[in-house]
Ligand binder design. Sequence first.
Ligand code: SF4
Ligand code: SF4
Length: 289
Amino acid sequence: MSLTLAVASGKGGTGKTTLAVHLAAWYARSGPTLLADLDVDAPDAGGYFPAARPVAPDQPVEIAVPEQDQARCTACGACASLCRFGALVYIKGMVTINPVTCKGCGRCVRACPAGALVESPVRAGRVSLALLPNLALYQGLLTVGDIRSTAVIEAVKQRAVDPAAALTIRDCPPGATCPTVRAVHGASACLLVAEPTAFSLHDLENALRLVQALGIPVGLVINKAGAGQADPRRLAARYAVPVVAKLAWSHSLAEAGARGQLCLEDPAMRRCLGDIELWLDGFKPKDAP
Ligand code: SF4
Ligand code: SF4
């Protein structure tokens, strides 16, 4: 049985992607592993794997956006007030649909009794795939100016599937809003990465609530442990969440991170990854190797 691990954080810049890419490289040493970069506004996991071979072409992510066919429209008004995203405006028989904010849910199309709302594809982003031995890296990239990140996230999730892979790691968008919900949803477990700062703790609490509301087992990784004034362990205890691993700040790790280099041989990183592996082993079926 393959596991899916969501790596998320309450706010950006906590070291979430750094952890996700190191975990992917760590597990790829022992078997097929998938890494899905779902941080589609600014995907950067690929920067850690410059030798990965792109598998062309990228797959487009398209959304079916309706347009009014005036010849068919009977001005019945059934589509008025239907759109939950405020993308459809109906005024005196005229239907205007904003192609930027329409989510392509099809609700208005299904409600139209005259077949007067006709869908056509609009590109919201794309999904790329690059390969290394034992590692498949899927990346979603939102089209510049587009706001439909959840559609791109869903497309990456659907494509990043391989029954032969023992582990799929999702690098999720930071925060606690719709894109994070979509990215974490359906995972076997979730790791939240936080720093020991008041700002990080505030956002961590939102993320903890979100993941627990989704019913997904969650653990905490404290990055830059000991370098800040706040203590994420108390918050973790309040939510009965285990502190799975800690990674102390070090100059060499920070420098390597800035260069997009992996540090699998760094002793502190190895300890951190080993602790996470032990925690993840608890989610495997008892008879799994
Ligand atoms: S397809 Fe959905 S999101 Fe788009 S205009 Fe119709 S109801 Fe709104
Ligand atoms: S539901 Fe269809 S027929 Fe009725 S106003 Fe809207 S587009 Fe026109």
